[in-house]
Design a protein around this ligand. Structure first.
Ligand code: ADP
Ligand code: MG
Length: 678
């Protein structure tokens, strides 16, 4: 299998060179060059044929073919064909010679595009008789340079003919039997030369499982390796004191909060370095969880740091953590780029000497001159907004501190187990009691006046509203202009009755700060803003969220924005103003009105946008699979993940012969020596 393709009889130097250009060097590479689609020549039942689809039917010629020329080289041959009990029309372009070959009542098999409305097939292939000489399902390969699809088919079938017996199966028989999987040899044959759709399906199932299993084994082995080779801190703290703190909170924890707190604390107590992702929908109460585990770190004699992406968020977190923790004599401080001069110098000294216990901040935390006395726990909020590098710098400010990543962007399970496969994941999947569902409406732009009157009604009741402005791709400048325009439109419309604030990315940190404070204090009733308010902002008195051109936003982002309301006890509303043109745009609006559940939304978002786009960045770390599709094959992915986790933990895996090939795969991939995955 590792031999060069040149070993195949029928492949010479030139072909081998052309294949090499495509990255195909060994026989194994060739057999792993899977078709990206198939041509289907199976005879179909006309009743099942869909408009515009390519179909193959067998029938009898029912009218004398009539030939029309409409230029010297262009011609059209038309005749009627009786297929079962349907009389349809067949059209062949530019093949005048067929006229003499076809006679009335001949049986023919034709393949072509089906026009349902005209009951017509535009013939691409025609064969006299019922027999089809071709394979019913033919693979189509991506090719480059000299190599044609036909050529590729031939090379692969030569390889299968001559080398099938050398195909070894990395999957042990026990696993294959458990899931009734084809052998590797059968699967490779069937994926390239399928005899039926069922066989193709089985081949895919088998190969996708193998692909996912190998990937997950790598992830799980890496995780095991990281645990065993990265001595971390064994936090030890008084459970009574921690419980006393939990009991002092103004509300009981939800069961989900209790569970994740337990998971995190167990991890902190263990001698391994924690590497954990905490997911929880907007408003599910992650901040309290952060406070509890930071307090645990404090009780065990360590400092803690919480890094967030924006100043406003840092402010808010600092405020709530101070409120919660200062009564326990924990000193909590804020470090952002607005903290300057003497104040900053003092704070840095306190961090270095250990007299400040917990610090909350932005990127300012990872400046060179920030040093900790004894940093034992690092938490980042909205983790996907920080690059890998920034997280590493913060982590390295301590001696193997435990690390917790918090995110309010519910990451679909499917992505979480691929992208974060080497991390432990805790999920808060329950909302605090008594939350009212945010009522969500989708209206067209021509209903704007009613929306504005609705805002006025809520404001008259003492509530507040956000108006989020249209988003313009890649252009912060235009976004800002939009916000300014909407702001003046509203000022004009309400004739100065309400105070209307304006917030966008071009304001300085102090200006933003001032606007946010004013909104928090209800000195501003309506806040016009770009998406800068997306993350974390907490103003419980705000009950209306209006989003302009909502169809320009992704579902995850709409959900984040909607999460800015519904934070108090009053009924809240989200109004999506949009005239979407595309079907997916409309679909997104409908989904938003139907569910408040972030996880449901994120799964839908993934389905609508595909995994590549989900995080909106190239550095999302999504692995590319040859065959597997994390959305459509997610069941297989989950099974493979569980199997991989069990295998890696078992002694049999590291000992028995049947796993030798899987082990050697791990050996080759380098994870057993602590090399990074990518
Ligand atoms: P998140 O950061 O997950 O979006 P927060 O931590 O900001 O959510 O919590 C949202 C609100 O819910 C806060 O006002 C918080 O005090 C409150 N809260 C958190 N946990 C509970 C709970 N168990 N019961 C009631 N309210 C809670
Ligand atoms: Mg939060």
């Amino acid at each position: 299998m590792q031999q060069s393709v040149i070993a195949i009889k029928g492949i010479g130097e030139e072909t081998a060179e052309a294949l090499r250009e495509m990255g195909i060097v060994t026989i194994e590479d060739l057999l792993n060059h899977f078709p990206f689609r198939y041509e289907d020549y199976r005879v179909c039942n006309l009743e099942e044929a869909k408009h515009d689809e390519k179909i193959t039917v067998t029938g009898k010629i029912y009218s004398e073919p009539s030939l029309t020329y409409y230029s010297r080289k262009k011609s059209r041959l038309v005749f009627r064909v009786l297929v079962d009990r349907y009389l349809i029309t067949a059209v062949c372009f530019n093949r005048p010679y067929l006229k003499n070959k076809l006679s009335l009542h001949d049986t023919i098999t034709i393949t072509g595009k089906w026009d349902q409305h005209r009951q017509t097939i535009t013939v691409q292939e025609l064969k006299i008789g019922t027999m089809i000489a071709k394979k019913e399902i033919e693979p189509v390969y991506s090719t480059r340079g000299e190599i044609t699809v036909k050529g590729m088919r031939r090379f692969i079938s030569l390889a299968l003919q001559q080398y099938s017996d050398s195909i070894v199966d990395p999957l042990p028989l026990s696993i294959r039997q458990k899931y009734r999987l084809l052998s590797k040899k059968e699967a490779l044959r069937a994926i390239h030369l399928p005899l039926s759709h069922e066989q193709l399906k089985q081949a895919r199932r088998r190969l996708v499982y193998e692909e996912f299993l190998l990937f997950q084994l790598k992830m799980q082995a890496l995780r095991k390796f990281q645990r065993e080779h990265s001595a971390g801190i064994s936090h030890s703290f008084s459970t009574e004191k921690l419980q006393a703190f939990i009991d002092s909170l103004p509300f009981p924890l939800t069961n989900a909060q209790k569970r994740v707190v337990h998971e995190i604390l167990e991890d902190m107590k263990s001698p391994y370095r924690m590497n954990r992702l905490l997911q929880g929908d907007v408003g599910s109460g992650k901040t309290v969880v952060a406070a509890i585990v930071l307090y645990a770190a404090y009780l065990s004699g360590y400092q803690g740091a919480l890094m967030v992406p924006t100043e406003i968020l840092a402010e808010q977190h600092a405020q709530s953590l101070k409120q919660l923790l200062q009564p326990m004599n924990v000193s909590v401080e804020l470090l952002t780029s607005s903290v300057k001069g003497k104040k900053r110098k003092e704070l840095l000294e306190q961090l270095a000497s250990g007299s400040v216990d917990i610090v909350i901040g932005t990127h300012a935390l990872i400046q060179d001159d920030v040093n900790f006395h004894k940093l034992g726990l690092v938490i980042t909020d909205e983790q996907h907004r920080f690059g890998v590098e920034q997280r590493r710098i913060l982590r390295e400010k301590g001696q193997s501190p435990d690390v917790l990543f918090m995110t309010a962007t519910p990451i679909p399970r499917t992505l979480a187990i691929t992208v974060f496969g080497e991390m432990d994941v805790s999920i808060i999947d329950e909302m605090p009691k008594g939350r009212k569902k945010i009522e969500t409406y989708w209206v067209k732009h021509d209903m704007l006046e009613r929306v504005l009157n609705f805002i006025a009604k809520e404001v008259e009741k003492g509530r507040q509203a956000y108006v989020i402005c249209p988003l313009i791709e890649e252009s912060e400048k235009l976004d800002v202009q939009n916000a300014i325009d909407v702001h003046s439109m509203l000022t004009h419309y309400y004739k100065g009755k309400y105070r209307i604030g304006l917030m966008h990315g071009r304001l300085s940190a102090e200006e933003k700060e001032r606007v946010m404070r004013a909104f928090s204090a209800n000195e501003i009733q309506i806040l016009v803003s770009t998406t800068v308010v997306e993350v974390g902002v907490n103003v419980p008195n705000a009950t209306v969220m209006v989003i302009y051109d909502a169809d320009r936003f992704g579902l995850a982002q709409l959900h984040q924005l909607r999460g800015r309301v519904g934070r108090g006890s009053e009924q809240s509303y989200c109004i999506l103003v949009a005239d979407p043109k595309s079907e997916t745009g409309k679909e997104r609006m409908r989904i938003m009105t139907e569910t408040n559940d972030g996880f449901v939304l994120s799964e839908k978002d993934l389905q609508l946008r595909g995994p590549g786009d989900f995080f909106g960045t190239k550095q999302s770390g999504m692995p590319e699979f040859r065959l597997g599709d994390v959305v459509h094959d997610y069941r297989i992915l989950e099974v493979a993940r569980d199997d991989a986790a069990k295998l890696i933990q078992s002694t049999a895996f590291w000992r028995d012969d049947e796993y030798a090939l899987l082990r050697s795969y791990l050996e080759q991939s380098g994870v057993l020596h602590g090399e990074k995955l990518d």
